[in-house]
Design a protein around this ligand. Sequence first.
Ligand SMILES: NC(=O)c1ccc[n+]([C@@H]2O[C@H](COP(=O)([O-])OP(=O)(O)OC[C@H]3O[C@@H](n4cnc5c(N)ncnc54)[C@H](OP(=O)(O)O)[C@@H]3O)[C@@H](O)[C@H]2O)c1
Length: 288
Amino acid sequence: MKKIGWIGLGHMGLPMAKNLKNAGYDIHVWNRTLEKAEESGLPYKEKLEDLIKEKDIIITMLFGSESVKEVYSQIFDTGIDIKDKTFIDMTTIHPDTAKWVAEEVIKRGGNFLEAPVLGSVIPAEKGELTIVVSGDEEIYEKNLDIFQVLGKAIFYMGNYGVASTMKLINNTVLGSFMAVLAEAYAFAKKVGIDPKLALDVLSNGAGQSLVLNAKKEKLLNEDYSTHFSVSLIHKDLTYALDIAQRNKYPVFLTATTRELFNSAKAHDLSEKDFSAVLEVFKKLSNMK
Ligand SMILES: NC(=O)c1ccc[n+]([C@@H]2O[C@H](COP(=O)([O-])OP(=O)(O)OC[C@H]3O[C@@H](n4cnc5c(N)ncnc54)[C@H](OP(=O)(O)O)[C@@H]3O)[C@@H](O)[C@H]2O)c1
């Protein structure tokens, strides 16, 4: 049985680690804030180094590039021999970070897969994420069983950096889609259309989508309890803009959408669900 060490028990990491535990893997978790590990109901290690020492496969699910660099640097600083251990990062990071981690792990004799996920908390709980994976194909094949527990659509993407880039491109659609749905919903309310009726029509019309299905109740009830935070989408769009700039590819919609989420951050909505972008449209149009 594969011995898995799981790092990061946020909104996504916790249900994903639970699915691996329920699938019968020998798993221990570690989280920077220890209480989350204690409350997870999962076997945990207090010290990161104990997790690294004892496990063959280490999976990270952190915030973004900075946290991934920080945690991998801590792992390397322990001086533990990582030869033949496999590291899988599932965080959404800048492709440069994925390449950096790959290089640092491989030069120490370890294996690395970059495997960001598409889908949010509910698909994570159901083991129905979409997973895009870059790295050595043989290592990917050897670990497919893990991805099959966590997701239902799994794509092998080839070289390091490609999976992260594709994930970020996906999130340009996600961010702009969420923003336009919130804009349309606020528009309908502003002109006096019954909010529930407006959402029902949009759901059966041009708004029909996974995003609207997932966010309909949140918009209607202005329930911004977090599945995917404003700060996460803002991070992803910032990485996407950087890649677009470097490739001299203009992304007009993504640039505007990033600023909408920047505005949500300015209104202290960073930790709220990204459907809270509705509040930006309400404030801009002087709506209650
Ligand atoms: N939420 C979604 O719907 C969704 C969907 C697809 C992909 N993603 C991506 O999946 C990743 C995780 O998302 P999430 O929603 O689970 O995020 P989250 O709830 O904010 O959790 C972030 C996790 O990273 C840890 N962390 C942050 N900075 C750290 C550092 N410097 N050192 C050590 N640990 C650190 C946090 O530890 P603490 O508990 O100590 O803060 C926490 O465990 C992100 O890259 C996100 O973009 C999210």
